[in-house]
Design a protein around this ligand. Structure first.
Ligand code: ZN
Ligand code: ZN
Length: 150
């Protein structure tokens, strides 16, 4: 697909090497249902690379993360999840009770990033952030006695 070749071209310009295996991992992540674990990526790679192992998939994912195509995030589940973010930077609100994941547009955290830049002279590189908390439904279901806590 054109995006891949666009991505490949940009990487080559920067002196990176997008090997067939890295490209395969990238295609799986991009076509995937969103957040995927290393295991889920591995399962989808198996038909093409029957002997591929978790550490190899992990290394490919780390490389894709370094070049800014894939985000690695802890959404509170088992292990980190990976997602293709080059086309759609975004963030998430994650409920610690029901594990619900709410999508946030990239721009919603812009004021935060701007103040971090201004006050700390620090340029945040993260394109995919999970904010943990309690969703509206779980707040409603909280028992009466807890209502005084913030
Ligand atoms: Zn995401
Ligand atoms: Zn919840």
């Amino acid at each position: 697909m054109s995006h891949h070749w666009e991505a490949a071209r940009r990487l080559r310009e920067k002196g990176h090497r997008l090997t067939p295996q890295r490209l395969a991992v990238l295609e799986i992540i991009k076509a995937g249902p969103g957040h995927m674990t290393v295991n889920e990526v591995l399962e989808r790679l198996k038909p093409q690379y029957p002997t591929i192992t978790i550490p190899t998939v992990y290394r490919n994912l780390q490389w894709l993360k370094q070049v800014g195509l894939v985000a690695e995030t802890d959404l509170g589940g088992e292990g980190h999840v990976y997602e293709y973010i080059a086309d759609h930077p975004h963030h998430h609100l994650v409920c610690i009770h029901c594990k619900r994941v709410i999508d946030l547009p990239d721009s919603s955290l812009d004021p935060l990033f701007e103040s971090v830049c201004k006050e700390y002279g620090f340029e945040p590189a993260m394109k995919h952030i999970a904010v943990f908390g309690v969703c509206p439904d779980c707040q409603k279901h909280k028992e009466g006695g807890e209502e005084q806590s913030p």
